[in-house]
Design a protein around this ligand. Structure first.
Ligand SMILES: NC(=O)c1ccc[n+]([C@@H]2O[C@H](COP(=O)([O-])OP(=O)(O)OC[C@H]3O[C@@H](n4cnc5c(N)ncnc54)[C@H](O)[C@@H]3O)[C@@H](O)[C@H]2O)c1
Length: 370
């Protein structure tokens, strides 16, 4: 979770979604597309992944659409269709929408073949990978989503100078307890850059373990990242605590999402010129959207769902440590937060609320209407 800093204004989630859809539609995104894209974006705010919610509307998606780096009405094209596997070019369509559509295609193919794989080049930023993976879980299937960051390089290999890879998100989702799917949704670096920038904006230090200088020493000043004085660590920390596992996961995402589909890759020869700071742009992103239908595979309808409820129920029943905090599985905290925010509204930092209303979004404060 990324809590955005400062005093907040609480807004209704449905209002936030429709205002976001209206904003995207005014930029030329066709109505139903704008609705689905807004749902994908506001998923970040509902679930508490605030660094990937409407925080990115003015900062990322507006410039993407206004500059033509994303095509509001671009039509993705199928390049090869083998039934269970499809290769697509998203042709710069808005990733928030197009990734969801491609996962729906993967689900349809999995229902027919047991497995559905959609490999994508030419994509733009998909937002929270978990939103798209969870669509498979909602349909009773397993879903996997991997996205590279196109030609944007943010993180350096352990022991290497130039940045070669993005924060390369990975998500796996499956049905678990009712209304509480398993949704592992994460960057393969220890955090995405958004969380470092949120801390920098708040003027608060980041936990030891997020950033390191070139000698591997801990850095807790988040401003050091954009000053080029600190680098994002991979999951696992440093080489002695498992950084090569996180780095390997980052490369795995690059392989599955971009090398397979023919999208731009981070580790291209020109990347070797980098001085350790982030460089390149996140155009021509590659995606992998995979769905597996367990009922079709096992030919025992309901058996997987029952086993999954048992597995995740056992995890929830795990006795806690002395602090008494219950054990949860990935996806649970986000589902709980979404239920709370659906009922009581989404808190937006005042500065973000101001920024969004200046962009023309109508977002009345919820308290004013109670
Ligand atoms: N599009 C991109 O280029 C890009 C790049 C990086 C990250 N992202 C997105 O940024 C978002 C945030 O990523 P992140 O790495 O900061 O995620 P995070 O650290 O907030 O969460 C990672 C995972 O840990 C689980 N988790 C957290 N606390 C838990 C608890 N107490 N019990 C059980 N499980 C728990 C969450 O459910 C989640 O699956 C994600 O949606 C990700 O897809 C996107």
């Amino acid at each position: 979770m990324t809590a955005l800093p400062g005093p907040t204004v609480t807004v209704d989630h449905a209002q936030l979604r429709s205002a976001t859809a209206g904003f995207l539609a005014a930029l030329g995104v066709p109505g139903p597309r704008a609705q689905l894209a807004a749902e994908a974006l506001v998923y970040g705010d509902l679930t508490g992944m605030d660094s990937h919610g409407v925080f990115n509307l003015g900062r990322l998606y507006h410039p993407l659409l206004a500059s033509g780096r994303a095509g509001p009405a671009a039509e993705p094209r199928v390049l090869n269709d083998l039934g269970a596997c499809v290769l697509m070019d998203h042709r710069r369509a808005l990733g928030l929408w197009a990734a969801a559509q491609s996962m729906d295609l993967a689900v349809a193919r999995a229902r027919a073949h047991g497995i559905g794989l959609v490999s994508v080049r030419g994509a733009t930023h998909l937002g929270c990978a978990g939103f798209h993976a969870a669509r498979a879980a909602e349909a009773g299937l397993l879903g996997l989503v991997a996205s590279n960051c196109g030609g944007q390089r943010i993180a350096s290999p352990p022991g290497g100078l130039p940045a070669l890879l993005g924060t390369n998100p990975l998500s796996v989702a499956a049905p678990a307890l009712p209304g509480r799917p398993f949704v592992l949704d994460m960057s393969t670096t220890v955090v995405p850059t958004g969380r470092v920038r949120v801390a920098a904006a708040a003027g608060r230090p980041v936990p030891a373990g997020w950033l390191a200088d070139r000698n591997g020493e801990t850095v807790t000043d988040p401003a050091a990242f954009d000053q080029g004085k600190a680098r994002l660590r991979w999951l696992g920390g440093d080489p002695t605590t498992g950084a090569h596992k996180g780095f390997g996961l980052g490369l795995t995402v690059e392989l599955l999402a971009a090398l397979l589909s023919g999208a731009a890759v981070g580790p291209a020869p020109e990347a070797l010129e980098g001085d350790g700071r982030p460089h390149g742009t996140d155009d021509d992103i590659g995606l992998l959207l995979l769905a597996i239908d367990p009922d079709l595979l096992r030919a025992e309808p309901g058996a997987f769902a029952e086993a999954s409820r048992s597995l995740f129920g056992t995890v929830l029943d795990c006795p806690p440590l002395e602090d008494g905090r219950p054990v949860r599985y990935p996806g649970w905290p986000e589902a709980e937060r979404a239920a709370e925010r659906r009922a009581h509204g989404v808190p937006l930092p005042r500065a973000l609320h101001h920024e969004l209303t200046a962009l023309g979004l109508e977002l009345p404060a919820l308290e004013a209407h109670r």
